[in-house]
Design a protein around this ligand. Structure first.
Ligand SMILES: *Cc1c(COP(=O)(O)O)cnc(C)c1O
Length: 403
């Protein structure tokens, strides 16, 4: 007896045999413009982790054209990679070991965050060797016990920074903190962090330093809490369309699709995938997608996740495999070569990255940055600004400077 009937995709139709991650830079442009209107401070576009999986240089260039005035990344290597693509905008790198390649940062005009006395000494020593002044943002821990200087060290760090500045080795241009609970705006930890940041500012000013750019807010606080804005916001995930606080309507910039490789008609009671974690409750058709957890489809979303295929949401059947995912499509006509939308902005009913994050018990940041290099990417450019829009933007910038 034939237990199941299998239909395979034709191998001649190569166009439809691979998953695709489409990046919509017009969405990045629109998000940047919207976020820019929410603060009187300037905007640093955070493009670490390859622009949250969207391509660091594409997101960086788009954000710079549409309202950002500088770029932020974690490591000096990420900053150097941006320089290598020809980007000349100001860049800040904020997480480096004490023995990092500060010489590259200095020679390529990359500002560095300084979270400790040891870092300060390393940066100052490198500046003396290279013969350039390092551009420095002093970084305070404002309540996360993570990556800035603890309050017990603020005074010593400030004094040493002032001395290094007086020796012409560094310029302290910025102060930086970070909010650990900004996605829940009413959490008292936010007010506590702001108070710590104020205190840090007083300590730094108390020794005579006058940094002009203080920055504490990332996406969520930029959109929900003007008290955290200061002179600049560091915005990452908002640019690519997710507001962790849920307060703003941003447009997700990525759409992940995968073609159906094969379909299989199976009877009721068929165990599906590893461990038979799913059993068909009726005769149905299963569709196979060539994408799995190695590509970043979270295995922990198995049992809850859905995809959009031919206009309907369909449940993922059983456990997501490393390279494959099975979908239960019922009796609807689904052919090999039909294209499933795994996640996207939600326009046509496809799941969003936020739904995937909920299904997987994580946050959108992790889902986005987990999408693997194996998936080919297609970049849709942003619309060019018209001459009138460029004029309006310059006018707008002048008004902001006067404000
Ligand atoms: C990642 C990061 C940001 C950006 O955060 P989003 O929530 O993605 O906007 C800002 N500041 C620091 C220090 C970061 O590490």
């Amino acid at each position: 007896m034939i237990r199941s009937v299998v239909h395979m995709i034709s191998t001649s139709d190569r166009r439809r045999t691979a998953p695709l991650l489409r990046i919509d830079l017009e969405a990045v442009a629109a998000n940047t413009r919207l976020i820019r209107t929410r603060t009187t401070g300037s905007l640093m576009a955070v493009v670490k982790a390859d622009g949250f999986g969207h391509g660091a240089s594409s997101v960086a260039c788009t954000a710079m054209v549409h309202g950002a005035s500088s770029l932020g990344v974690t490591s000096i290597q990420e900053a150097v990679a941006l320089r290598t693509t020809g980007i000349v905008a100001p860049i800040l790198s904020w997480l480096n070991p004490v023995d990092a390649d500060f010489a590259s940062a200095l020679t390529q005009d990359i500002a560095v965050a300084v979270p400790s006395v040891d870092h300060l000494q390393a940066v100052a020593r490198t500046a003396a060797e290279v013969g350039t002044r390092a551009i420095v943002h002093l970084q305070a821990d404002t309540g996360m016990a993570r990556d800035g200087a603890s309050s017990v060290d603020w005074l010593r760090l400030s004094v040493m920074a002032r001395d290094a500045q007086n020796q012409g080795l560094i310029s302290v241009v910025g102060l930086m903190g970070h909010l650990g609970s900004a996605d829940t705006p009413l959490d008292p930890a936010n007010a506590a962090a702001r108070r710590m940041f104020q205190q840090f500012t007083r300590v730094v000013r108390g020794v005579g330093l006058r940094p002009t750019t203080r920055h504490l807010a990332a996406t969520a606080a930029t959109l929900t809490d003007p008290r955290s804005h200061y002179e600049m916001s560091r915005v990452g995930i908002g640019l690519v369309g997710v507001d962790p606080s849920g307060a703003a309507r941003l447009r997700p910039a990525m759409t992940l699709t995968a073609p159906v490789v094969s379909t299989r008609d199976v009877p009721a009671g068929t165990p599906v995938g590893y461990r038979g974690a799913y059993t068909t409750s009726r005769a149905t058709t299963l569709a196979l997608l060539p994408i799995g957890y190695a590509d970043g489809v979270p295995r922990t979303a198995s049992g809850r996740a859905e995809i959009l295929l031919n206009g309907s949401r369909r449940p993922i059947a059983g456990l997501v495999s490393m390279d494959q995912t099975i979908v239960d499509v019922g009796h609807d006509a689904v052919q090999p070569g039909d294209v499933a939308t795994v996640m996207g902005p939600g326009d046509l009913g496809e799941p969003t990255v936020i739904e995937w994050a909920d299904w997987a018990g994580t946050i959108a940041h992790e889902v986005m940055t987990g999408l693997g290099d194996r998936i080919p990417r297609e970049i849709l450019p942003a619309r060019q600004l018209s001459a009138a829009e460029r004029h309006d933007r310059r006018h707008d910038e002048r008004l902001r400077r006067l404000a």
